[in-house]
Structure formats: structure tokens, C-alpha cells
Design a protein around this ligand. Structure first.
Ligand code: SF4
Ligand code: SF4
Length: 436
């Protein structure tokens, strides 16, 4: 059955534009906390590339399969209504969305929105739409008409246990909202407003990234479900609604190339192994955990794959970070400092590195018996440096290794000066361990 929507004529014609929909008349009841058997997840797509969906299907820790199959301990079974992944199609698929709006679903639900929310008022001026799902009748128009996903969001968000914006388009507007766009694209926060609260009193939860890490999404959903089950506290979110434990640190703080930055060595070309800041990396000022977590299954991630950080998780993306091929101007100060300090630190570290790459025995014999290549002998100057370095290293500490005569304690003989609790009687008195 087609759904009939009451709406103001001028909303369609232009005049004072408004989203062609009103909120449900009755605000849904506040849902009880768990234990819940089932939770519906309604996935809506606005101006998106479907990259967020692909990222979530690649999540492994935790993966979505366990949630969908209801086999994760303490977790309710998740019924996912996804425009691409669901088996149902057409009216059968849309019916569950209608049930959620009407409050007849019989179970709590979470709304996930992928892509930015287009300003449908702009499209409505000419009788069109930007992003839609399903058809329905509108009282003052003939035939059936596509229902904008923005309208579904507006209807469903108030009754949802939680509303999650996934990906940078949904969290901050992203690429579709870049300067010059014709759609008026915006984020969920911009669309729903700062007073929005879900049925459980939560503002919009934001999981940014282009594409986001699938694991960031599934982990956050797990944490929220634990909360809904009454088994865990409400996860901590920062002032922009990001999961705080995932987005507090910067890319740079976890980057495998940060050591190069510290030592003042920088890549000049893509493919170089050093720090990428001088060819455009914004990592030092960007909140993202991809280098720590990897893109999928702890593998990959931007810098691991040789790419610069273009700040795709940030609210200012893309306009505030373009053009991407230019180095961030602010990086000049810190790279100049690390170049000068790195010059000294780097050389000292190479010396220590070389020292640690030799057995003690080789130092004593003065020769490295490697058949793989020639290893330079220590110069007298280096020997003196290493002697004093070792003295400094052992200052105030017991030098590792056994003193003459201490070997006996390992055979169970307590010698003067050696505490008896150093002797493991289970070893010294067991079969085959006779006292001498
Ligand atoms: S590549 Fe980027 S994130 Fe990594 S160390 Fe360099 S500036 Fe920092
Ligand atoms: S490292 Fe930068 S470009 Fe890569 S995912 Fe994170 S924010 Fe986006």
C-alpha cells in the first residue's frame, strides 16, 4: 500500500521550501533497556558512493556476520535492512521502514545513514529529488513519487534508539558538500539540528572516514548494543559525537613513519619510505586511527600503503585541506626544527644501532665471522665511546650476567650472600637433580 503524506503545497512548488514531510505526530515511546532479543538496523543512503557499505562488510574485529547471525554472546540479533545487502526488494523491503515510522516494528531500531543529506528543497523546486528510496502517493500530486532518504531520516530518527552517521559525507558533509556543490549537501548534525535526540536521548553519533574503517563502525555498534542491553556504560563520545577512544589521537601519533619525522628525514617522491609531510601529509593535525588499526583486518592504511593523509576524517574536509598535492604550510616550522635536531640524533642513533648489531664475543675477538659480507672493525675511537657508554648504561644497576661462583646456585647450593629464595627447590630437589 502506498503511504499518503500530508504536506503544504508550497513545499513542493518552491515558495518557502521545506522538506516535503512532517515528523511523526506521536513521538515514539522511550524504549526499555535490555535484555533485547532483536534490534533492527535501518541503513539509509544519501549522497554516497557506497564506500561505507563496502568498508563495513570488510570489518573483521568484530565482523558483522556474528551480529547478523545472533551468535555473539550477550548481543541481540541484528536484523539489517540495507538497500544493497538485503534479500528483500521493492515494497517488501520498504515495509519494515514504514513499520518503524508507524511504531509497529515491535523491536527497537537503530538508523544508520551513509552519504550526505541533500537539500531536497532545491530539487523539489523543479519537481525532482536527489536521493530516494521507495515510492508513495502524495495527496496533491498525481501518481506515486520517490521518497527522499532525507525524508525517511526525518521520520525515523526521533524513534530510533540511536542514529549513526557513517562516513565523512554523513558526519560532516564530505565531498558532496564541497564548495560549489549544487545540492546543498549537509551532514546529519546539520540536518537534524543540535537539539536532536534519539528515543534514548542520544545526539547523532559520528563515525567519520572516507571510507571509514569498518571496524570503527562495528566496534561502536557493539558498544552501543552493550549499552542498550544494560550490560555496559554508554561509550564515551567527544564533543562532535565521535567515539572518543577511536578519534582522540592524531594519525601522526600512531604513524609508522613518525620516527623519520623525528629524525628529520622526509620523502621527496611518492614511494619513498620516509615521512610524507613535505609531499602533502596532514597527519600531524588529523584525528584518525587507521595507521594503528589498519584498513582491513589490521592490514593496510594510508601511510602503510604509501599515501599521504588528506584529512578525510575531518569536518573541514575537503575544502580546508585542498590542494592535496601541496605540503601543509604549518609543517615548515616543525620540519625545520626536526631537520636540525635530527641531524645530531640520527648520527648518535646509528652508532648505538651499530654497537647493538654485534655479539659481545665479536667485540672481544675483534672479528665478525659473517659469510654474507664484510663488517667493518671497530675503530679505537668507537671502542672508547662504547666503553664509556656501557659504563653509563650500567650506572646504579647490577650488570647483567653471573659473577664467578654464582653458577652454583643454579644447582641448589646456597652460597654465602645468595638469598635462599633464589633457589627453586622444585628444580633442585626433583628427580635427576642431585645436590653436589
Ligand atoms: S607520513 Fe604523515 S602521519 Fe606519518 S609521520 Fe609523516 S607527517 Fe606524520
Ligand atoms: S590517514 Fe588521513 S586520509 Fe587516511 S583515512 Fe585517516 S584521515 Fe583519511
Amino acid at each position: 500500500m502506498a503511504r499518503v503524506i500530508e504536506q503544504e503545497p508550497e513545499a513542493v512548488q518552491g515558495g518557502q521550501p521545506s522538506i516535503p514531510e512532517t515528523r511523526p505526530e506521536e513521538k515514539p515511546q522511550r524504549l526499555p533497556l535490555g535484555p533485547l532479543q532483536t534490534v533492527h538496523v535501518f541503513w539509509l543512503a544519501g549522497m554516497s558512493c557506497d564506500g561505507c557499505s563496502i568498508a563495513v562488510t570488510g570489518a573483521t574485529n568484530p565482523g558483522i556476520e556474528g551480529l547478523l547471525n545472533g551468535i555473539v554472546p550477550a548481543m541481540p540479533k541484528v536484523l539489517l535492512h540495507h538497500p544493497v545487502l538485503s534479500v528483500e526488494a521493492g515494497e517488501e523491503f520498504v515495509q519494515s521502514f514504514k513499520d518503524a515510522v508507524d511504531g509497529t516494528l515491535g523491536a527497537p531500531y537503530v538508523v544508520v545513514y551513509e552519504g550526505s543529506v541533500a537539500d531536497e528543497r532545491i530539487a523539489a523546486r523543479t519537481g525532482g529529488y536527489w536521493c530516494a528510496m521507495g515510492m508513495e502517493t502524495i495527496v496533491d500530486r498525481e501518481g506515486t513519487h520517490p521518497v527522499p532518504t532525507a525524508t525517511w531520516l526525518q521520520r525515523m530518527a526521533p524513534g530510533a534508539a540511536a542514529t549513526i552517521a557513517i562516513g565523512t559525507c554523513a558526519t560532516w558533509g564530505g565531498v558532496p558538500s564541497a564548495d560549489g556543490n549544487p545540492t546543498g549537501a549537509m551532514s546529519l548534525m546539520d540536518f537534524l539540528g543540535k537539539d536532536y535526540r534519539s528515543a534514548f536521548g542520544l545526539p547523532v553519533i559520528n563515525i567519520p572516514g572516507c571510507a571509514p574503517l569498518g571496524d570503527n563502525f562495528t566496534e561502536t555498534v557493539f558498544a552501543i548494543l552493550l549499552y542498550l542491553q544494560g550490560l555496559g556504560p554508554l561509550p564515551t563520545f567527544d564533543e562532535l559525537g565521535r567515539p572518543a577512544w577511536l578519534f582522540t589521537e592524531t594519525v601522526h601519533q600512531g604513524c609508522s613513519r613518525a620516527g623519520y619525522y623525528e629524525e628529520g628525514t622526509f620523502a621527496e617522491h611518492y614511494g619513498d619510505p620516509e615521512c610524507l609531510v613535505e609531499i602533502g601529509c596532514w597527519g600531524p593535525v588529523v584525528n584518525c586511527n587507521i595507521v594503528k588499526r589498519g584498513a582491513i583486518n589490521h592490514m593496510g592504511g594510508c601511510m602503510a600503503a604509501g599515501g599521504i593523509c588528506i584529512a578525510c576524517t575531518m569536518p573541514g574536509f575537503p575544502d580546508k585541506f585542498a590542494p592535496f598535492y601541496k605540503a601543509p604550510p604549518g609543517g615548515i616550522i616543525s620540519t625545520t626544527i626536526s631537520r636540525s635536531t635530527g641531524l645530531v640524533v640520527r648520527r648518535l642513533r646509528r652508532l648505538s644501532n651499530r654497537h647493538g648489531n654485534r655479539e659481545v664475543r665479536w667485540d672481544k675477538l675483534g672479528e665478525v665471522p659473517s659469510g654474507w659480507g664484510h663488517v667493518e672493525a671497530q675503530t679505537p675511537g668507537l671502542k672508547v665511546m662504547e666503553f664509556f657508554y656501557k659504563k653509563w648504561q650500567n650506572w646504579g644497576a647490577r650488570k647483567p650476567g653471573r659473577r664467578p661462583g654464582e653458577e652454583d646456585r643454579f644447582w641448589g647450593v646456597q652460597r654465602p650472600g645468595i638469598p635462599s629464595d633464589y633457589i627453586d627447590s622444585s628444580v633442585t630437589e626433583g628427580p635427576g637433580h642431585e645436590r653436589h
